[in-house]
Design a protein around this ligand. Structure first.
Ligand code: HEM
Length: 526
């Protein structure tokens, strides 16, 4: 109560009026469609917005480029994840990289990094093409036996299966067989996992999460490990199945390394890097097991949902779909004339419209929505745009006391009009091809200076992997198929379930949905 009511420097920062003492403005932020509330706050109050969390506590929603650069990069380890949010990471992926902070994070990340360089990501291109080709084969079989060779596929179901297969093989040399319907138990429990556990959070769930910050960590862990609510039960099941498989895989990889038969999947590289570390810095077996769950969590639904959002845009802009296909086909022709059955990374890099579309996809539909950071020391946030306080004072930087809690809005940063142009709220890949449409701005994210993959010391370790994977799937599927909207396209909702998932208004219980009509793309000229 003292903390909530004492005067602070944040009192005069503009922001919306609290809706209730119990939830503040959290309902608007967390229960509305992903991004919707923050876009309207950004328009009204700017890139730093003070809002209320539960019990009258202040919180800052931040999308200001310089402030983000400071929190994520310059001052990275002085801004930590919230304790209760770390607890969600523990539940979904154990005490691995997504959970760790400070020195533990530094140590874990060092061992993980060798698996995620540019050459490693590029080496996976043939594997991604092969996973995409499995969808093509399955879809072709279905289309051949369908009326007019046309069928409505629920796109996220397929992108989720194919990206699960891709991460399984690339990260662990493990075959989920999800696209081919040979699903094993691990594959099944990971489908729609985030939506089941975190989709449409109730008011009770949001308040409970806020209350967890006041409890000692062992107590929250105990409660969550024994709570029989359906949402938590589904997570407990994933944990049990995933830990069993991960334990076996770590053992297999360690034995293979001893026999000098190590492979090139990420987990083998991780086990190898770990063996080469000095014993104090080495990851324990439990930590190695957690990293596998981290990769499954961070590397699967992120890419799957990004891909689904791309097809959502391509059926709303058929001209773009056509132009992209033409670019892909022309490049495939050149590769075939060279005698290459498949495109290389260089071919992908030589396709300007594909590159621009992937950038725009990741700008406009950043599937990770928020990051939560609390100041571990008093700090001063630099600002790109000064704040005019409610008392009329102009602040060019914002002093924040230790304990200040911020919510970083990835969608709001990615719609910054100063950086991305006045049309930032429109999906327009061509902005990336026009000189001076996108401004340089302060350096932030590793890809196209977007916030989509975060930035700095905790930036997404798998971003290269994700970009190449997205390109491979787009090339394969667009080259072979045409996509068209169905009447449900106008009811698609950007559901916030830790990641942004397409669902249909009023049909949340059916899980992730984006039904699109698929036909064979005509061969030859476009
Ligand atoms: C479009 C796809 C992806 C997006 C948008 C994305 C986004 C992000 C974001 C925003 C973070 C920071 C989270 C935070 O600090 O709270 C992150 C971290 C991470 N990502 Fe990704 N990611 C994607 C794909 C991948 C892939 C394919 C992998 C692995 C193969 C991966 C592995 C990780 C890991 C291990 C972390 C934790 C890094 C750390 O804390 O040091 N991600 N990702």
């Amino acid at each position: 109560v003292y903390k909530a009511t004492r005067p602070t420097v944040l009192d005069n920062i503009p922001g919306p009026v609290s809706k209730s003492f119990l939830l503040g403005n959290l309902g608007e932020l967390m229960q509305n469609q992903a991004g919707a509330t923050e876009f309207s706050w950004q328009e009204t109050y700017g890139d730093v917005v003070k809002f209320k969390a539960s019990f009258g506590m202040d919180r800052l929603l931040i999308s200001d480029p310089k402030a983000l650069q400071h929190i994520l990069m310059t001052s990275g380890y002085r801004w930590r994840k919230y304790r209760e949010r770390k607890e969600l990471s523990r539940l979904t992926s154990g005490k691995g990289l997504l959970w760790a902070d400070g020195n533990a994070h530094r140590r874990q990340r060092k061992v993980m990094l060798p698996g995620f360089g540019t050459p490693e990501a590029k080496n996976f291109l043939p594997l991604f093409f092969s996973c995409a080709a499995t969808i093509s084969r399955r879809w072709s079989d279905i289309l051949f036996t369908s009326d007019n060779q046309s069928y409505i596929f629920n796109i996220p179901e397929w992108t989720s299966r194919a990206t699960l297969d891709a991460i399984g093989q690339a990260a662990f040399d493990y075959d989920f067989g999800a696209t081919d319907d040979h699903e094993n138990e691990l594959g099944k429990v990971y489908q729609n996992m985030l939506l089941r556990a975190f989709g449409s959070p109730s008011t009770g769930a949001l308040v409970t999460l806020e209350l967890f910050r006041f409890l000692p960590t062992p107590i929250t862990e105990f409660i969550n490990d024994h709570n029989p609510s359906p949402r938590l039960t589904s997570i407990h099941k994933v944990t049990k199945v995933a830990n069993a498989v991960a334990r076996e895989l770590v053992l297999t990889k360690s034995n293979a390394l001893l026999e000098n038969k190590g492979k090139n999947d990420i987990m083998s590289l991780l086990v190898k890097a770990n063996a080469g570390e000095n014993p104090k810095a080495q990851l324990s077996d439990a930590e190695l097991i957690s990293q596998m769950r981290v990769l499954l969590l961070a590397g699967h639904e992120t890419t799957a949902n990004s891909l689904s959002w791309l097809f959502y845009e391509l059926v709303r802009d058929l001209e773009l779909q056509k132009k992209l296909r033409a670019e892909i086909r022309a490049t495939e022709k050149v590769a075939a004339a060279r005698g290459d059955p498949e495109l290389s990374v260089r071919d992908l890099e030589g396709m300007p419209l594909l590159g621009a579309t992937v950038k725009e996809l990741l700008r406009y539909h950043p599937v990770a929505i928020h990051m939560f950071r609390v100041a571990h020391e008093d700090d001063v946030l630099p600002l790109s745009t000064p704040i005019t306080t409610t008392t009329g004072e102009l602040l060019t930087e914002l002093p924040v006391p230790k304990g200040t809690r911020t919510v970083i809005s990835i969608p709001a940063y990615n719609r910054n009009k100063e950086l991305f142009g006045e049309d930032a709220h429109i999906f327009n890949p061509y902005r990336w091809l026009e000189p001076n449409h996108v401004k340089k701005g302060v350096s932030l994210g590793p890809f196209a200076n977007l916030a989509t993959f975060s930035g700095g010391i905790r930036s997404c370790i798998g971003w290269r992997f994700a970009v190449i994977e997205l390109q491979a799937f787009i090339v394969e599927l667009l080259s072979n198929f045409e996509f068209a909207a169905t009447p449900k396209i106008n009811k698609i909702r950007r559901e916030a379930a830790l990641v942004m998932v397409p669902t249909i208004e009023g049909e949340l219980e059916k899980g992730s949905q984006l039904p699109l009509r698929v036909t064979f793309a005509p061969k030859g000229g476009d």
